[in-house]
Design a protein around this ligand. Structure first.
Ligand SMILES: Cc1cc2nc3c(=O)[nH]c(=O)nc-3n(C[C@H](O)[C@H](O)[C@H](O)COP(=O)(O)OP(=O)(O)OC[C@H]3O[C@@H](n4cnc5c(N)ncnc54)[C@H](O)[C@@H]3O)c2cc1C
Length: 62
């Protein structure tokens, strides 16, 4: 596989959990990315989560 250089920008189609997770990993790795989503930002931000993103005091998602 070819290494990403400083000119690489990854285009991710879909701001679901897979696209958002991939975007996070890429950005943490220093690779620029753009996420293209067919719905409005409000739709993405208001999707229901199965459990809170932050762990409870017991360390498990509540
Ligand atoms: C009715 C229902 C209930 C569910 N309930 C739960 C639950 O309670 N808990 C749970 O853990 N999982 C649940 N799931 C499963 C969960 O939604 C999926 O596992 C998860 O959303 C898959 O993530 P994904 O990123 O692969 O796809 P998606 O979440 O489907 O994300 C894909 C994104 O790509 C966008 N997109 C698609 N085509 C294009 C295009 N051509 N151009 C631009 N953007 C595009 C879509 O708008 C969407 O935002 C449920 C699924 C369904 C259908």
């Amino acid at each position: 596989m070819t290494q990403a250089d400083e000119n690489t920008t990854v285009v991710i189609v879909g701001a679901g959990v897979a696209g958002l997770a991939l975007g996070t990993f890429l950005l943490r790795g220093g690779v620029r990315c753009v996420i293209v989503e067919k719905h409005a930002r409000e739709h993405v931000e208001n999707r229901h989560a199965t459990s809170p993103a932050t762990p409870t005091s017991s360390g498990t998602p509540g």
